[in-house]
Design a binder for this molecule. Sequence first.
Ligand SMILES: [Zn+2]
Length: 348
Amino acid sequence: MTAQLKLTRRAFLSDAALLTVVAAANARLGSQAPDTFVQTVLGLIPASKLGVTLVHEHVMCDFVGAEETNRHRWEVEAVVKRMLPVLRQLKERGVTGFIDCTPAYIGRDPRVLKQLAQETGLHIVTNTGYYGGADDKFVPMHAYGATPDQLADLWVAEFVHGIEDTGVKPGFIKIGIDEIKGSSDRLSPIDEKLVRASARASRQSHLAVTCHTGGGPAGLTATKIFIEERADPGCFIVAHSDGHGLPINRAVAALGAWVSFDGIGRQPLESHLKLVHAMAKNHASRLLLSQDSGWYWVGQQNGGEVRNYNYLSDVFLPALHNSGISEATIRKLMVENPANAFAIRCQR
Ligand SMILES: [Zn+2]
């Protein structure tokens, strides 16, 4: 018996296409097929196979801006050569899942990620969506004239048909929002549009959304908009929550969304340990950890200075354990929660 997916029927052609993909995967996996999957750059894997996972890292970034970035600005081989040893170090540490959070128009290149996944054996996941942080420098012009539904359709189309000519499918949606100065709990029209589009695309595709958030109140507002759009809060990840303060973090978790402390290593060890303890007490099942590390910086000599991805494994997790957090909770944070957050959800 293969697992059956019960997908909602509101989506247009995406359900049929997704069913075909998942049915094929189920057939390959045989009778033990679980009913949730993660879409990696090499194809669907059972969510249970994702393993120890870094949920917010970057292989490559190009910060030149949405209107100027293009594939001619980097060489796939050069990026792979530079980043391969850095990623191999991760594999040696027992990490198996790597969520690449670089969105389109900031250097997302599935060709690079695919090659790195093949050569390292890491489960690398890429994304669809647009990034409205950094004063919207990375939002392509066409997004301003588009409706939320039109943006959602573009992103779902990438999920169904693959990204550009690569055949690689996104495993989540990445968006970004800024806070409005002087009115930190409101979003600009374009940022609000990105959140609504992500919610609609998530409802159709069952993909998770990682939202870069400039400021806690904006992150909480985005979570509420996501829910107002009738998307599943369990599909919404508030990135960069380490700077948002506990009241906001708790409010986000209480709404059922994910709190992502993805700047581990960027604050003193003690302050991050404290943060994790405070959240793990009541909200361990809503908490994600990562480092926002990397990356090959397009335009700099050989990618510039790359920050490796080893701090969590080498320093932070041992310190967390020594400070009284159990193995079981650490497993939850590093294995179960990422699998739960990035599983393409069915039967909701
Ligand atoms: Zn990031």
